[in-house]
Design a protein around this ligand. Structure first.
Ligand code: UGA
Length: 441
């Protein structure tokens, strides 16, 4: 089948590459000429395990092409996926200018029936606006071509996106026309084999399903973070509580890990956008607002703890920080807890020696000109002569380091563990002063 994907960002690239890998003929369109040139050379501008190889392979096979030519893209695909960015506006609402610009482009160039698919995470009601934008452009050309607009939200996790795409938990198809539902089902057939994972529904419900899912997951995390702060004050250990709670299948073990807050490009943005939508419709979303404010507060917990240990003035202090990315297996630092911690440390006069297995280039891009940040080549350089070690992300490689080497390298053997990577008793036995999250100190 012929597929066009607008937007060669994270979602667009994974979607386009996976469709090509299933045998479809895919054209990806992006307005960023430099990015397109890079992709044409087979260079993938994002870090996602397995994507490089899959992309190059399908490009060589001639099933995956990149272009800046939007008209070519519109002529190519029966399916026109919109996978462009929807950044947060200052008020927290999703900025739809890129989505609607693509819709207008489709209306300007289409010459036959098209299925327009909203893949970007967009507020409820966006499909109606996309439909209207395409229609206006057609009317301006005096054309009366048929088209449908479908909501098909993505549920990809960074670091596991390919697997999530080819082995999805669910494929949500929001469509108000049964014919389009059938076409989408055929397109997704290669990823819908062992049992039917396709869930068809109306467009608005599909749009809300995406926000509802992310908001639920963010709620679980904020709930656990709230409980971890309480456990600490009560002399209980949240990690034992977590295991005890998760054994109830109605609660489950997933997404109940306490920590130094959730980050990334999705949860913070989507919770804010859903909150904004609620207000727009005259509803006060008290729980969603609390999820967001608990998370903002949680990102400060490590900072407060550092001050409680070292005092308010951190001038002359150096801290080793492990984990810059917002979670393991990505180089993405958007809304990462590490940034809140580092910025607070700098504010209080301290230096940071940081290490991350993948996010060093990204840190260089964001903070490269700072004198009070040293980006280190490995985990041990980051703790050399530092006053303490702070762990912000639970990368696998941080789990079993050479503790004696760390203890000897640090000026003082103090560890602030924002992800509960280490057992407190073991750390104490190794001679560290150890602070975890919600561990009953
Ligand atoms: C999230 C969702 O998990 C995906 O299903 C969704 O498709 C995606 O957003 C999206 O909307 O595009 P992602 O942001 O890549 O995926 O990362 P997650 O693995 O969900 O982690 C988000 C944050 O929550 C991370 O900072 C992580 O450290 C934190 N987290 C996660 C916790 O603090 N505790 C947990 O138990 C789980």
């Amino acid at each position: 089948m012929k597929v066009t994907i607008f937007g060669s960002g994270y979602v667009g690239l994974v979607t386009g590459t996976c469709f090509a890998d299933a045998g479809n003929d895919v054209v990806c369109v992006d307005i960023d000429a430099e990015r397109v040139a890079q992709l044409q050379r087979g260079e993938v501008p994002i870090y996602e395990p397995g994507l490089d190889e899959m992309l190059s392979f399908n490009q060589e096979e001639g099933r995956l092409r990149f272009t800046t030519n939007a008209a070519e893209g519109v002529h190519h695909g029966l399916f026109q996926f919109i996978a462009v960015g929807t950044p947060s506006d200052e008020d927290g609402s999703a900025d739809l200018q890129h989505v609607l610009a693509v819709a207008r482009t489709i209306g300007q160039h289409m010459d036959d029936y098209r299925v327009v698919v909203d893949k970007s995470t967009v507020p409820v009601g966006t499909a109606d606006r996309v439909r209207a934008a395409v229609g206006e452009e057609l009317a301006a050309r005096g054309e009366q071509l048929e088209y449908d607009v479908v909501s098909n939200p993505e549920f990809l996790k960074e670091g596991a996106a390919i697997d999530d795409f080819v082995k999805p938990d669910r494929i949500i198809i929001g469509s108000d026309n049964p014919r389009t539902g059938e076409l989408m089902k055929a397109l997704y057939a290669p990823f819908n084999r062992s049992h039917d994972r396709l869930i068809a529904m109306d467009v608005r419900s599909a749009e809300l399903t995406k926000y509802a899912s992310n908001a639920m997951l963010a709620t679980k995390i904020s709930f656990m973070n709230e409980l971890s702060n309480l456990a600490e004050r009560l002399g209980a250990d949240i990690e034992q509580v977590r295991v005890g709670m998760g054994s109830d299948p109605r609660i489950g073990y997933h997404f109940i890990y306490p920590g130094c807050g959730y980050g990334g490009s999705c949860f913070p943005k989507d919770v804010k956008a859903l909150t904004h939508t609620a207000h727009e419709y005259g509803y006060q979303p008290e729980l969603l607002e609390a999820v967001e404010s608990v998370n903002a507060r949680q990102k400060q917990v490590l900072v407060h703890r550092l001050h409680a240990h070292f005092g308010e003035d951190l001038g002359g202090r150096t801290f080793g920080l492990w984990g810059l990315a917002f979670k393991p297996n990505t180089d993405d630092m958007r809304e990462a807890p590490s940034r809140v911690v580092m910025e607070a440390l700098w504010e209080a006069g301290a230096r940071v020696q940081a290490y991350d297995p993948e996010a060093m280039d990204e840190a260089e891009r964001i903070y490269g000109n700072r004198q009070d940040l040293e980006l280190c080549d490995n985990l041990y350089d980051a703790v050399e002569d530092a006053d303490a070690l702070i762990v912000c992300t639970e990368w696998q490689v941080f789990r079993s380091p050479d503790f004696e080497r760390i203890r000897d390298a640090l000026r003082q053997p103090v560890v602030f563990d924002g992800r509960n990577v280490y057992p407190p008793s073991m750390m104490e036995a190794l001679g560290f002063t150890y602070y975890g999250m919600g561990r009953g100190e």
